[in-house]
Write a protein that binds this ligand. Structure first.
Ligand SMILES: [Zn+2]
Length: 167
């Protein structure tokens, strides 16, 4: 295996409280008819495929409501700030998560405007504006393979994410 071969994440812990707080934010945005993008940042253990979500971060974004549906838009300045912030704190982007009004799936726009662009990167979509169980296995989870976002099976999601109770 080449030295620069990406090492996709295999086991990610995330606190229940972090998920609860994120779902609350999604429901709040949803009450206005808006989707919201949340970025899970944290620590990645080198060469183990293990990661720990430390924070669910809501970047500055413009909610979009149109006849074509709803969405979000994050500008390049915010992305620049995010990257600077990550390099200052040493934290890493683990996954992007966003809400949908109803069904959770990766739309064409989601494919095109994904913030996560690394091979094996993760994108989670929460249905019903966050009125969903606090368990990634009941959302839709996608992983970037080449140029395609492929859905991860619920069973696989169950072993990929571990929701922990510790504060
Ligand atoms: Zn979407």
């Amino acid at each position: 295996m080449a030295a620069n071969q990406p090492n996709p994440l295999r086991h990610i812990t995330v606190k229940r409280a972090t998920i609860d707080q994120m779902l609350e934010t999604m429901r709040e945005f949803g009450s206005h008819g808006w989707e919201v993008l949340v970025l899970w940042v944290g620590e990645i253990e080198p060469n183990t495929g293990k990661a720990h979500v430390i924070q669910a971060f809501v970047p500055k974004q413009k909610a979009i409501s149109s006849e074509d549906g709803v969405g979000y838009f994050v500008n390049s300045e915010t992305l620049f700030e995010l990257n600077r912030n990550l390099s200052e704190t040493g934290l890493r982007l683990i996954a992007q998560v966003h809400s949908h009004p109803r069904e959770a799936y990766h739309s064409e726009a989601d494919d095109r405007y994904a913030i996560v662009t690394v091979e094996g990167g993760l994108s989670l979509v929460v249905p019903d504006f966050g009125r969903a169980p606090p368990d990634p296995a009941s959302w839709a989870v996608y992983r970037l393979h080449g140029r395609d976002w492929l859905e991860v099976s619920a069973r696989e999601v169950g072993t990929l994410f571990e929701v922990t109770d510790d504060q």
